[in-house]
Design a protein around this ligand. Sequence first.
Ligand code: ADP
Length: 311
Amino acid sequence: MAANAIEVSRISKTYADGTAAVEDLSFMVPEGSCFGFLGPNGAGKTTLMKALYGMVRRDPRPETRVSVLGFDPAADELAVKHLCGVVPQEDNLDAEVDVGTNLFIYSKFYGLPAREARERIAELLGFMELKEKARARVSELSGGMKRRLVIARALMNRPRLLILDEPTTGLDPQVRQLIWDKVRGLKREGVTVLLTTHYMEEAYQIADSIIIMDKGRRVLEGPPRELLSRGIEAWVLDVLDPDASGGLGEGPLSAGVRREEGGYSPRFFSDHPEALRELAARLPSGATHLRPTNLEDLFLRSTGRKLNDLQ
Ligand code: ADP
């Protein structure tokens, strides 16, 4: 069995104003895996990441234990910083200098000799597909390029653990795919990846295991596909036209079909798509949409709330 890169037992964080951002979370992250935290805005994901790399002081509770690559960030912040690469939510790049210089300045923090730094920079610009932008100023980069640069920067010191806080928020689907590919590549090289996201697709695509979080607490934990197969039916029929749903009446449903009231119109869940197709046939064509269920459906079912109201 792989060793754990991270072991956390009963971590909590309450801010000075009384906000309980993280409440009593425990989890383990096997080395070389990608572990995701999925939850809506305000779930406590960023706070948790910051507590892991020592940017936020967790509540000093006697029952709490935290080990990040063998170190406790509350006691050994510097050791953790040297072993981790962090991609924060905000692109905190130096806008006045060019791409290569941004990386070069960063290499100094890690005490890399100049020659080695230049080699590493060339390698990372190649890896993140930014080579032709080496001399461009940060202010001339698109949002997706900036994100890729922040990731390259986080990889400067060849970290064993990469922490990605909402890595693709606001980016277009092509850049998102590219970043997912790179994360998969890093994982193949043995890097452990910790990821926060409010995109269920992101968690599904790249995380081996996830914790679904809400209001600082764990709602569910496990490999995404397993969570789905255990927690919710395989198929859902969305009724797109609320007026049409009247046609389904309140009458009995076929066996194995569950009706859920939500939003504008009811939704029907089943493991048997044919049962849902039969139901759809009672409504005008185009009034329904049959699809496989996803983590968003599971989140809604578990919390009664949407994962991403703004998406
Ligand atoms: P997420 O990353 O899931 O969006 P955050 O960790 O940013 O969640 O926030 C969790 C909760 O903590 C939210 O209610 C947020 O308003 C609150 N919070 C975050 N940072 C601070 C802070 N510095 N002071 C007080 N409350 C904060």
